[in-house]
Design a protein around this ligand. Structure first.
Ligand code: FAD
Length: 387
């Protein structure tokens, strides 16, 4: 069976490819130069319903599982596009779906499915706590029918292009909570009301075009009805959303890896130096074949993690392992692709240097490789924890 025949969700993949063909390299190159947001691309994905596949049909989505969502993001990335501008809408919505009240679901989910509301921002990371989420300091103090939020977040992507943000903050100080993971709560922040009323957003320019920002909260008011689930239980609510995030980002890495392998193998067949195709040289051919082997193996772990998630089974380890394997495989494929292209790999018009910069992110975010290894070492293999 060829790779194309063995693909899951072939019709969805074909429609995504058709849509992505409308957004070729020059579209992304122009945005990359300006560090501008791909509004038209996100609108097209929304219009076609690709960003609401995980929303159940009763709320206006297509009620598909994570497997379908991974196929969509993989194809976006294989086509040379970038789902980083909008992937959060898929997984962040799950926090409201799984833990929100009936009123919150009725208010937000149909509007998100229709594209009337964008839920692109997920606020967890802080400058002083880093990966140690239990030490986050942004604090929501209850005052009557509002929470008053003070603190700071960093690396909060798409905050300027989102109507809603799912925000993790403390409602009980770490030292007063029974466990470090207790005392955190999740709030839905309506961005248009908050901006200028206690919320300041400052863009951070980075090596890739990712619309990421710093957020400052200065007595920002959030109505109590925007609390998701029970006060103090927020950490647990965001964990299953994080598993979905890791699997979806792993799928983007698989798409990146396939993009690099497609480009590298085509170039190796066509480029002639010393009177023969460079791909005839095993020094050129073997790294591309190795990249293919690694991406194919990582894709199996992505499929496994998505299937466990969709079956409602524990998938924390598989989600983490899929993200690590896929991000390392895509990075190796990226490096191989540049090397195969020689000098042309560095030229903007080939899109390879842009994708090279984009795929590097995923060994750091949303969780860095060391933290995944620590999870496997301690939770799976029972070795002592270093922190
Ligand atoms: C472009 C971009 C977009 C992002 N978007 C978002 C977003 O939308 N929302 C959000 O909440 N966050 C976002 N992030 C944050 C991202 O999730 C974090 O950067 C990532 O989890 C790593 O955390 P940190 O940067 O605080 O690194 P740190 O926690 O400071 O770690 C630094 C390095 O030390 C290593 N390290 C730390 N502790 C240990 C240990 N005990 N053992 C071994 N190694 C260790 C880490 O692996 C890492 O390599 C984004 C980041 C970037 C760069």
């Amino acid at each position: 069976m060829t790779e194309a025949q063995s693909e899951s969700f072939p019709e969805i993949r074909e429609s995504v490819r058709r849509l992505c063909a409308e957004f070729p390299g020059p579209y992304w190159q122009a945005l990359d130069r300006e560090r501008a947001y791909p509004t038209e691309f996100v609108q097209a994905l929304t219009r076609e319903g690709f960003l609401s596949v995980l929303i159940p049909e009763e709320y206006g989505g297509s009620g598909l599982g994570l497997g379908a969502a991974t196929a969509i993001l993989e194809e976006i990335h294989r086509s040379g596009c970038n789902g980083g501008a909008c992937h959060a809408q898929m997984y962040t919505m799950g926090t409201i779906l799984r833990h929100g009240s009936p009123e919150q679901k009725a208010k937000y989910l149909p509007a998100i499915a229709k594209g009337e509301l964008r839920l692109q921002a997920f606020g967890v990371t802080e400058p002083t706590s880093g990966t140690d989420t239990t030490r986050l300091r942004t604090f929501a103090r209850r005052e009557g029918d509002h929470y008053v939020v003070n603190g700071q977040k960093v690396w909060i992507s798409r905050a300027e292009h989102s109507d809603l943000m799912v925000l993790l903050c403390r409602t009980t100080a770490r030292e007063d909570a029974a466990k470090p993971t207790d005392g955190m709560s999740v709030l839905i922040v309506e961005m248009n009301e908050a901006k200028g009323n206690g919320l300041t957003i400052r863009p951070i320019r980075t090596m890739l075009n990712h619309a990421t920002t710093e957020l400052f909260f200065d007595d920002m008011k959030v109505p109590v009805e925007n609390l998701i689930g029970k006060e103090g239980q927020g950490f647990k609510y965001i964990i299953d959303g994080m598993n979905a995030e890791r699997v979806l980002i792993a799928a983007e890495c698989i798409g990146d890896g396939r993009f690099f392998i497609d480009r590298a193998s085509a170039y190796a067949r066509d480029r002639s130096v010393f009177g023969r195709a460079i791909g005839e040289n095993q020094g050129v051919q073997f790294p591309i074949a190795r990249a293919y082997v690694q991406v194919s193996a990582a894709a199996l772990m992505v499929d496994k993690a998505a299937a466990l998630f969709d079956a409602g089974l524990p998938c924390g380890s598989e989600a983490n392992m899929s993200k690590m394997l896929a991000s390392e495989a895509s990075w190796f494929a990226a490096d191989t692709c540049i090397q195969t292209h020689g000098g042309f790999g560095f030229a903007e018009e080939y899109d390879i240097e842009r994708k090279f910069r984009e795929t590097r992110l995923y060994q750091v975010a949303p969780i860095s490789t060391n933290l995944i290894l620590s999870h496997v070492g301690t939770h799976v293999l029972g070795m002592p924890k270093s922190f």
